[in-house]
Design a protein around this ligand. Structure first.
Ligand code: NDP
Ligand code: 2IT
Length: 457
């Protein structure tokens, strides 16, 4: 006779495997989406062993199918009066915890698989923040690089002319992601307001401060990442002081991760863009970096005009060969593969924490975990951005405006709480020290219980 424990275990594993097999069959071509699902499913085995009711209510098959995928044509005119066409998306994945919430990405690689992986991860990230926000993502294959300000404005207006009918402060609240910052959110909001004829500030977050935007939202993802790592380090009696840090990317998340890491006494020696990376053994000059990226919108290679002793290398992946104590991938998905992870480990990396979404592939994650590297997964480590978006929603609906310090302190508290929840869930389910399992479980359980409460729908 087999013991009930063995029975329950095999039932959970069999159930999870069967849902994943079906998903692979249905969406064989959506490799990023399947990757994101696989990472979560591996973590959930102990949860389903303890909660057979999740199997009875078929929670997994329900949670991997988006509530709806909206996709539309975006037609706009460039500066030469040529008519241009792009594809727009909004994936409204799950609104059990709150209104759909998640960023908009403008990048030529955007497709349905990337939108689905981002929206799927957003469900559990948003649940971890402890704030009432569900999971969504959107964007377009529009390439903002080389476009004039007027072209960006016309594109954003055309995009919102399609999107407006599907969003609202209590329905779905988009924000920024790759290629979308305060300028784009401003144009999107302007068009929404023009169509709706009403000031519904809470329909978008990441607006400019002074016009409904929250102070500290711009800084929040990068700062939050560093606050999260600070918690990881404190647990092993360490700190950022005098640590060598490598940060990939040089966009919104990277810049403010660098700022806060430097503030805590770290030396950030490298950063990158999609063309190449800068290694500055003196420490990255943040004022110069902001001038290049935020003011001029230039390539990172122009850093050499200010600091000729720094080294520029063409191609972005080589950045992981620079020895460091702490690596913060803040550019894009799958930027760290198994080989890059092994190089980082051989060079003595102690902590890796993800500012970008899914920057490490599964092989890389396993390398880090198996070699005792402290690993902060994206869902937990980069949740500060969306958490502060939820604080912006709170300010908008309360017709209030909080100081920078007030928002920053709340952000800091939320990052601590995410760390504690993730660590505790890992311990409770027998995976002490594994924040991947911990954050996936902590994020998932709340969503699953909400789905049970709301009945079959
Ligand atoms: P930005 O557009 O501000 O910056 C993106 C940076 O990453 C740029 O340096 C860009 O280089 C680089 N990059 C983008 N795509 C690629 C690519 N395919 N290969 C190499 N480098 C690339 O975006 P964010 O800083 O906002 O976003 C960075 C990451 O953080 C993304 O994964 C995003 O999903 C995630 N994130 C963002 C949040 C936010 O609040 N903004 C919140 C949580 C996560 P280049 O200029 O050459 O394209
Ligand atoms: O990936 C993310 O969490 C974001 N791009 C931020 C989303 C948001 O709604 O602020």
């Amino acid at each position: 006779m087999t013991s009930p424990v063995v029975n329950a275990k095999s039932e959970a594993q069999t159930y999870i495997d069967s849902v994943f097999e079906e998903l692979k069959y249905k969406y064989a071509h959506q490799k990023e989406f399947l990757q994101a699902v696989e990472e979560i499913f591996i973590s959930l085995v102990p949860v389903f062993e303890q909660h057979p009711e999740y199997i009875r209510h078929n929670i997994l098959s329900r949670v991997v199918e988006p509530d709806r995928i909206i996709t539309f044509r975006v037609t706009w005119q460039d500066d030469q009066n040529n008519v241009q066409v792009n594809r727009g998306y909004r994936v409204q994945f799950n609104n059990v915890v709150g209104p759909y919430k998640g960023g908009l990405r403008l990048h030529p690689t955007v497709n349905e698989s990337i939108m689905k992986f981002l929206a799927f991860e957003q469900i559990f990230k948003n649940s971890l923040t402890g704030l009432p926000i569900g999971g969504a993502k959107g964007g377009s294959d529009f390439d903002p690089k080389g476009k004039s300000n007027s072209e960006i404005m016309r594109f954003c207006q055309a995009f919102m002319t399609e999107l407006y009918r599907y969003i609202g402060p209590d329905v779905d609240v988009p924000a920024g992601d790759i290629g979308v910052g305060g300028r784009e959110i401003g144009y999107l909001y302007g068009q929404y307001k023009r169509i709706r004829g009403a000031h519904e500030a809470g329909v978008l977050t990441g607006k400019q401060p002074g016009y409904g935007g929250s102070l500290a939202r711009k800084e929040a993802t990068g700062y939050g990442l560093v606050y999260f790592v600070e918690e990881m380090l404190q647990d092993v009696n360490q700190s950022f002081l005098n640590k060598n840090v490598v940060v990939s990317g040089s966009g919104n998340v990277a810049i403010y991760a660098i700022e806060k890491a430097q503030h805590f006494g770290a030396k950030v020696v490298a950063c990158s863009d999609s063309n190449g990376y800068i290694y500055d053994p003196e420490g990255i000059d943040l004022k110069v970096l902001k001038e290049i990226k935020e003011l001029n919108g230039d390539r990172i290679s122009t850093y050499l005009n200010y600091h000729p002793t720094a080294i520029y290398t063409e191609g972005c992946n080589g950045i992981w060969s620079i020895p460091c104590d702490i690596a913060l991938p803040c550019a894009t998905q799958n930027e760290i593969d198994g080989e890059a992870a092994r190089t980082l480990i051989a060079n003595g990396v102690k902590v890796v924490a993800e500012g970008a979404n899914m920057p490490s592939n599964l092989e890389a994650i396993n390398e880090f975990l198996n070699h005792g590297v402290l690993f902060g997964p994206a869902k937990a480590a980069n949740a500060g951005g969306v958490a502060t978006s939820a604080l912006e929603m709170a300010q908008n609906s309360g017709r209030d405006y909080w100081s920078f310090n007030e928002v920053d302190e709340k952000l800091h508290g939320i990052m601590k709480s995410i760390y504690v929840q993730s660590k505790k869930a890992a311990e409770d389910y027998g995976f002490a020290g594994n924040l991947v399992v911990g954050s996936n479980i902590a994020g998932f359980v709340k969503v699953a219980n909400g789905m049970l409460n709301e009945g079959v729908n």
